[in-house]
Design a binder for this molecule. Structure first.
Ligand SMILES: Cc1ncc(COP(=O)(O)O)c(C=O)c1O
Length: 394
């Protein structure tokens, strides 16, 4: 029995970093390999018809590398069971079809990742699923958006992408449960190191593991973690029936990323705090958006439910869209690109890039907004780069 299993049997939960490094996998019986092998196999030899070894029969249904990742992320989110998918959106689609039927309704954030909104608006709606949007930071607005009897899911991101609004997970879980709905939290921006929604009453956690979980911008993946066995069974059925699973190579990369999540997140937060301080003092920056700032409207809730405030920073510039685009183009250490959560710093213009698909909808973002994914480079180099990109101080 491993150290972790001993502790768990004794009712002591291992620390986050210990779980990140050990949960989901025991050194290989045959070789002692401390890291799970990449099981590049589609099928498995059976010991007689139906004589499966470890339950494996076909790799869409189960693959040991994916199993290790699923066990690991479930332990990090303190959930009952984890599921790994080919992308965050594949995880989302699978979850929605597992828990909703045509004619049902969901409440989605009015400040969601553009691709999530597009999924609800252009794909799930055509399937018969209605949606309404509400501000995640406004519990009453979420309650008002619920259609009693029809709303099956309340879906929130916190912090949101890209405006970093904060939803009160505990309060929103109460609102959803009072209406007989489940609360789904997209925990991509915070990562399980900074926030564990299931411990605050959420029913399902969604991740784009492409981001902080993978952490190195070298894989696209998604995950779901659920806290209830009945929900787990429905998701398991749909994961296999729909087939958008994470492959073994991708599972291995995400699992490797998760081992260092804690140390990476602390450095992302340290650097983000330096960047926020710098931007707040810059004359051409009209607003800095970061939940760690006391003036952020979600600061008190974020302080309650998050360990720290994360590596994402958004800001608005004087000079409108042209200046925002110019800043993105002049930055050099901050690479101009979509995505987030990797070790390298990225800069983007949400209005023209990640959120172009929501232009003209309630979810449209300001044209003078710039979003940073602050990486783990030397902080002084990041500040010098932003100083150059913003132009000389007045
Ligand atoms: C908050 C959030 N959720 C979900 C997704 C979708 O994930 P993926 O791109 O892995 O499909 C993204 C992608 O940017 C995201 O930022």
């Amino acid at each position: 029995m491993s150290e972790q299993q001993h502790r768990e049997q004794a009712g002591q939960k291992s620390g986050f970093e210990t779980r990140a490094i050990h949960a989901g996998y025991e050194p290989d019986e045959a070789t002692g390999a401390v890291i799970p092998p990449i099981y590049a196999t589609s099928t498995y030899k059976q010991d007689g018809v139906g004589g499966l070894r470890g339950g494996y029969e076909y790799s869409r249904s189960g693959n040991p590398t994916r199993t290790a990742l699923e066990g690991n992320i479930a332990a990090l989110e303190e959930g009952e069971r984890g599921f790994a998918f080919a992308s965050g959106l594949a995880a989302e689609d699978t979850l929605v079809r597992a828990l909703c039927a045509p004619g049902d309704h969901v409440v989605v954030p009015d400040d969601a990742y553009g691709g999530t909104y597009r999924l609800f608006d252009k794909v799930e709606r055509a399937w018969g699923l209605e949606h309404s949007s509400a501000a995640v930071s406004d519990v009453d607005a979420v309650r008002a958006a619920i259609r009693p009897g029809e709303t099956k899911l309340v879906w929130v991101e916190t912090p949101t992408n890209p405006l970093l609004n904060i939803g009160d997970i505990e309060a929103l879980a109460g609102v959803a449960h009072d209406a007989g709905a489940l609360l789904v939290v997209d925990n991509t921006f915070a990562s399980p190191y900074l926030q564990q929604p299931l411990t605050l009453g959420a029913d399902v956690v969604v991740h784009s593991t492409t981001k902080y979980c993978g952490g190195h911008s070298d894989v696209v993946g998604g995950a779901l973690v659920v806290r209830d066995l009945e929900v787990a069974e429905r998701v398991a059925f749909h994961q296999n029936a729909m087939g958008a699973v994470a492959g073994p190579f991708d599972s291995w990369l995400v699992l490797r990323g998760l081992k260092t999540l804690g140390v990476r997140m602390d450095r992302h937060c340290d650097n983000a705090e330096r960047v926020v301080e710098f931007l707040a003092g810059h004359p051409d920056v009209t607003q800095v958006i970061y939940p760690g700032l006391e003036e952020h409207p979600g600061h008190a809730v974020a302080s309650r439910q998050m360990k720290r405030y994360g590596g994402m920073v958004s800001f608005r510039v004087a000079g409108g869209e042209q200046q925002a685009l110019g800043v993105c183009e002049r930055a050099e250490v901050f690479t101009l690109g979509e995505s987030l959560g990797g070790v390298e710093s990225l800069i983007e213009h949400p209005g023209r890039m990640t959120h172009a698909s929501v232009a003209g909808t309630d979810l449209e973002v300001p044209a003078d907004l710039v979003r940073l994914s602050v990486g783990i480079e030397t902080a002084d180099d990041l500040l010098a780069d932003l100083d150059r990109a913003l132009g000389a101080r007045a």
